[in-house]
Design a protein. Structure first.
Length: 359
């Protein structure tokens, strides 16, 4: 028979044990309620011509977002349609396994991500503007994860008109055990089927024919997507030949996946800023009568990289300007990269212009 004093001690030990076991859970619950929450959705991308598919896993933390969204079909830094939109804490870790179809191999990553930087970006937000609502402060709404050959993983914060890199990470080659593959359903098992992988690479809805033909016979350019991340101090400048014409909005998209809009004070100040090399640029302008025009330029990758490399080969800290000159008829744009008294014309740039019906 257990004496009353022993029962009391036993009860106290049980109570203490339960209390200690509950403390971490209560603390986690308390911390979770204090975490900043934002409305966001997860998404994945890869460079065009190098599709991937996440086998399992996703973004983790005090929330979870699966990255298994099928075969990627877009471009580096582009967003499709996520499925897990909601108000929730931001992720602090990426843990997933994915198939690289072009390499015919599998990668795995389990890594912390820059949570503090992501929270700072979402909290601060950025100015946005449109003709209907005018200038307003907005914030990001997508956590975009990019997978490039070589196991490269880049994460961006993306919103309307702005994309900012959060961090670059690295996965390692991984072999999924055959015993695990054998237990998969028929659809999932196709991820590890050699014939199906080959068919993915031949599917023109995944890789357009012109892209496949351009890549034919060439090795995978490992390291290219890290090269895209190099930043230079530059700014866009504009020459409107018609007297009284003025550029009023600019949209910049860079090879590293980042994007930004310039308008109002930021466009007027037009400070030099460390940016990656631009992939394309769109802008709007008005003539002296208030007629609106728009234009878009798409750079030839080899040409613009050669130009930047020429200017910055001796001084990576130098400053340069991309000058866009609009002709008197407002229907053509020429582009120069300028640094001091040196300039290089980017003659292979593809230009599209239009006259707007809006005033």
């Amino acid at each position: 028979m257990i004496k009353p004093i022993k029962l009391l001690i036993f009860g106290l030990l049980i109570s203490l044990t339960v209390s200690c076991q509950n403390k971490p859970q209560n603390r986690m619950l308390e911390d979770y309620t204090k975490l900043p929450k934002f409305e966001w959705v997860e998404n994945v991308c890869s460079p065009l011509g190098y599709p991937i598919e996440v086998y399992r896993g996703g973004l983790e933390g005090d929330t979870y977002a699966s990255l298994s969204q099928g075969v990627t079909t877009g471009e580096w830094g582009s967003s499709g349609g996520g499925t897990n939109n909601g108000i929730k804490p931001l992720p602090s870790r990426i843990n997933c396994i994915w198939i690289s179809y072009a390499e015919n191999c599998t990668y795995s990553i389990d890594s912390e991500i820059d949570y503090e930087r992501m929270v700072k970006l979402f909290k601060e937000g950025y100015p946005d503007s449109n003709r209907k609502f005018g200038k307003k402060q907005t914030t990001f709404d997508t956590v975009l994860v990019g997978f490039a050959p070589g196991g490269i993983v880049v994460i961006w914060a993306m919103g309307a008109g702005r994309t900012v890199e959060v961090g670059r990470y690295k996965g390692e080659k991984y072999t999924v055990p055959q015993a695990e593959i054998d237990k998969l359903d028929n659809h999932k098992r196709l991820l590890f089927d050699a014939t199906d992988r080959k068919n993915i690479m031949l599917n023109t809805k995944v890789i357009p024919l012109e892209v496949r033909e351009a890549h034919a016979g060439k090795s995978i350019p490992f390291g290219l997507w890290d090269t895209y991340r190099t930043r230079y101090s530059w700014r866009p400048t504009y020459v409107v030949r018609e007297e009284g014409g003025q550029v009023d909005e600019v949209r910049i998209g860079c090879f590293n996946g980042e994007a930004e809009n310039l308008f109002d004070e930021e466009l007027v100040e037009n400070k030099y800023k460390k940016r990656a090399i631009p992939k394309g640029l769109g802008f709007g302008w008005k003539d002296k009568n208030g007629q609106n025009y728009g234009g878009h330029v798409k750079f030839d990758e080899q040409e613009i990289f050669n130009a930047f490399n020429e200017f910055y080969k001796d001084d990576i800290k130098g400053e340069s300007e991309l000058q866009f000159s609009i002709n008197y008829a407002n229907d053509y744009v020429t582009v120069l990269l300028k640094q001091g008294d040196k300039e290089i014309r980017l003659s292979k740039t593809k230009v599209t212009t239009y006259k707007s019906s809006l005033k």
